[in-house]
Ligand binder design. Structure first.
Ligand code: IYR
Length: 230
């Protein structure tokens, strides 16, 4: 827990340095791109189990993310317990029924057509793990007084990016899921009022007959997602 006495500046020599040739750097950059290109959002899971250690180490990686004032305003709840997964699925599907029955509006439903989604979320009970990511709107010093967190969505979203990357690197598939609202997750998972659920991530191995939407293979060309001034 943080103490008000920790609010002091101290400089340490940079603990790690990478010495790479330009050529090596480019090799690493390309290899990483090739690896990331193989990541897909997967909606069809096998029930094959995944060890808690793997999930924990991926969460450790997510916890290294940069954050506003280094407040690390995130909490990851990892769930493999079947009853909890069933409760989450039931409530998430109820939200999704409303979404697909008209809450979303026609334009949004049309945009989702190539993705092939609907209100059924079987992956929420079939995937061996769900990780629910909570954003902490405020924190508490060890004397019980509150402190503000800064750039909370930015910080949490960076950590989620690292989490998805770590899980992919560990050979697992993921699906990000954001039923709206997600308030129900606080009560199911006993999280305090200071926290807001931002995402449910299903994690596991793909089903033997898993597919991805053809549309998911299309990525915007690099020239269109970047501008260089040099
Ligand atoms: N949350 C809904 C709808 C949905 C929205 C977007 I934007 C997607 O890229 C995919 C789904 C669902 O999970 O079905």
């Amino acid at each position: 827990m943080r103490s008000k006495n920790d609010l002091i500046y101290q400089a340490l020599p940079l603990p790690h340095r990478n010495y790479m040739t330009d050529e090596d750097m480019n090799k690493h950059a390309k290899a990483f791109f090739q690896k990331m290109k193989q990541r897909h959002s997967v909606r069809h899971y096998s029930s094959q189990t995944v060890s808690r250690d793997v999930i924990m180490n991926c969460i450790r990686a997510a916890g290294t993310a940069p954050s506003g004032a280094n407040h690390q305003p995130w909490h990851f709840v990892a769930i493999s317990e079947s009853n909890l997964k069933a409760q989450i699925r039931e409530q998430a599907e109820a939200e999704e029924q409303r979404f697909y029955a008209g809450g979303a509006g026609d334009e949004w439903i049309k945009a989702l057509e190539p993705i092939g989604t609907n209100a059924q979320k079987p992956h929420l009970t079939i995937a061996p793990w769900l990780i629910v990511v909570f954003a902490q709107r405020w924190g508490e010093f060890d004397d019980g007084t509150r402190y503000k967190n800064y750039y909370v969505p930015e910080s949490v979203n960076i950590s989620i990016g690292i989490l998805l990357t770590a899980l992919h690197y560990a050979g697992l598939c993921t699906l990000t899921h954001t039923p709206n609202p997600m308030k129900f997750l606080n009560s199911i998972l006993y999280r305090p009022e200071s926290e807001k659920a931002t995402m449910i991530i299903a994690v596991g191995h793909p089903a033997t007959d898993a597919t991805v939407p053809a549309m998911a293979k299309w990525k915007k060309p690099t020239e269109t997602i970047s501008t260089f001034f040099e």
